[in-house]
Design a binder for this molecule. Structure first.
Ligand code: C6P
Length: 398
């Protein structure tokens, strides 16, 4: 059996999304900016896709959603544009973020620090998040931007976005949130949360890879990402990848309607809890950041005495895909920085396994995964020098 439990790395494209995209290669191929009927046929579908995107995140007509190639591009755009517009050309010099952001935020912040920007990386509490008060305390007169993720990719922990949004609004500071791991898992409403910008990637919610978006609230000034033609209001010039954009629109629609979110909460959440409960019956296992206030599909579990990479290998041999953390840092054998940020001791820092589910997982798959996780833990603890294995302490109720 094949069991894919690495949906925070990427998801399978929904067949309905794939069907929606197909005509845009050989049938509906006009340039959406052309004035003839080939162009207007394409343009019409782009507008439909944009409507789905606006609806999915609660954007208003006067706001902008700019199609990008992914969340990484959207995040880079926000930070580098803030540097240009508010720091180089303005009187600000400070950015606030958290130390558990994806590298698409932290690496850009590191880059900007070399250019003289002052960055505060807020640490997280034992529960894996931070408080809005911590953000409020860090805001200075010269703060240009607060960028805090909506949901963490490794733990699924949800940040208090609405409260942070209210503080930023009150203090007149721009607020960006990387919502890559939130869309399709929890309700994202940009106005309710008072965010000025959010980033997302379609492949995290069963859309195609290579396409994403940046929501920009009406009135927010950002240097265009690419200069050239008039596409995307001149904010990101260049002919749009229409098939991908249409696919993203459909995927957004399928993932964010009320029924889909309820299914995510109930069905996907139930499967995640079943998997997690079974693993937690093994001794010396903990959920990093705890179980409260998370996306329904994710769990990051530390299994004492079991190297994350060794566990992944065992599971992979049995057709089960999971990860030790971010897919893009999986070749880095350093201790998981997210676990370090939670204050886990260095021994535990190498023992995290992330399971991230999707609406395509079944109960049968989860039962199969539980059986093989149990075998892998017993085998790996049996050969671990750091874990005193006794068949007794290891007897699980699985
Ligand atoms: N995280 C993970 O395994 P791109 O690659 O641009 O589509 O997405 C980047 C990205 C940005 N922000 C967050 C919060 C993310 O989780 C990701 C992607 C994957 O956790 C791959 S590294």
């Amino acid at each position: 059996m094949e069991v894919y439990l690495d949906n925070n790395a990427t998801t399978k494209v929904d067949e309905k999304v794939y069907e929606e995209m197909k005509p845009f290669f050989c049938e509906i191929y006009g340039n959406p900016n052309s004035l003839h009927s080939f162009g207007s046929a394409t343009h019409k579908k782009m507008v439909e896709a944009l409507d789905y995107l606006y609806d999915g995140i609660g954007a208003r007509d006067e706001d902008d959603i700019i199609i990008t190639s992914n969340a990484t591009e959207a995040n880079n755009w926000v930070l580098k544009s803030v540097y240009n517009d508010y720091i180089l050309e303005g009187d600000k010099k400070h950015i606030i973020t958290s130390e558990v952001e994806h590298p698409a935020i932290t690496a850009v912040c590191n880059f900007l620090e070399k250019k003289g920007v002052e960055v505060t990386y807020l640490s997280v509490n034992e529960d894996g998040t931070l408080t809005a008060d911590a953000v409020a305390d860090a805001i200075r007169a010269d703060t240009a931007l607060v960028s805090i993720m909506w949901a963490n990719n490794e733990t699924g922990k949800l940040f208090p976005i609405k409260e942070i949004g209210a503080i930023c609004k009150e203090k007149g500071v721009l607020f960006h949130s990387d919502a890559t791991q939130a869309i399709g898992k929890v309700k994202v409403d940009v106005h309710d949360a008072n965010v000025d910008m959010i980033s997302f990637s379609a492949h995290k919610f069963h859309g195609p890879k290579g396409v994403g978006g940046l929501y920009i609230k009406a009135g927010v000034k950002l240097t265009p990402y690419m200069h050239g033609g008039e596409q995307m209001d001149g904010r990101r010039a260049g002919t749009v990848d229409v098939a991908s954009m249409v696919g993203m629109g459909k995927a957004m629609h399928l993932a964010t309607n009320t029924m889909a979110l309820a299914y995510e909460q109930n069905h996907v959440g139930m499967l995640r809890d079943k998997l997690e409960r079974a693993i937690l019956k093994l001794p010396d296992t903990i959920v990093i950041g705890g179980k409260e206030n998370r996306t329904p599909n994710t769990t990051l579990i530390s299994i004492k005495g079991v190297e994350g990479e060794a566990m992944l290998w065992d599971l992979n041999q049995n057709g089960i895909a999971a990860s030790t953390g971010s897919a893009c840092a999986s070749e880095d054998l350093e201790a998981n920085p997210v676990m370090n940020a939670f204050g886990s001791d260095s021994e535990l820092a190498h023992t995290g396994i992330r399971f991230s589910l999707s609406r395509f997982n079944t109960e049968e798959q989860i039962e199969y995964a539980i059986e093989h996780i149990k075998k892998a833990v017993e085998r790996l603890r049996g050969i671990s020098s750091s874990y005193a294995y006794t068949p007794k302490n290891h007897k699980s109720e699985l």
